[in-house]
Design a protein around this ligand. Structure first.
Ligand code: ZN
Length: 148
């Protein structure tokens, strides 16, 4: 994941930051674990307490928080979404990617997480996934870190 722009690289005290990241996906449907990259941004920000907003500016990609320990779960989520929104020629939006729009609509394009003690707050088994539904592509991801 490449970072295009952003705030200061060195830790600074309690200053809001924005980051425009690039995410490269390699498959049509891919749940890409971006937990460590986001956690690193938070740690480097120097923000002790605040919020981390994550936004995907696309209509066929999404952001998900769920278990990132068992890789089998990723497949199960993909298969579940495939049942809800199968690839089909029968959609009104017939440019070939309507299933991807529907999957993105179900998962959603943004999440807000908490920052406490200079760290991203996540449960022991939780991870952050960038969800690609119409890849492979070069995607954008926006992260805003807001200090209390
Ligand atoms: Zn479309």
């Amino acid at each position: 994941m490449l970072e295009q722009t952003g705030g200061a690289a060195a830790p600074e005290k309690s200053r809001n930051q924005h980051h425009a990241l690039q995410v490269e996906t390699r498959m049509r449907v891919e749940l890409k674990d971006i937990t460590s990259q986001i956690a690193r941004l938070v740690e480097r920000s120097g923000i002790e307490s605040g919020q981390c907003h994550i936004f995907v500016p696309h209509t066929t990609a999404a952001i998900l928080i769920n278990e990132n320990y068992d890789p089998g779960l990723r497949k199960d989520i993909e298969n579940f979404l495939k049942k809800l929104a199968p690839v089909s020629p029968d959609y009104q939006h017939n440019d070939g990617n309507c299933d991807a729009h529907l999957k993105a609509a179900i998962i959603g394009v943004s999440k807000t997480l908490l920052i406490e003690h200079g760290q991203l707050v996540l449960g022991r088994w939780q991870g952050i996934y960038f969800c690609e539904f119409d890849g492979p592509r070069q995607r954008n991801l926006r992260v805003k870190l807001v200090a209390d």
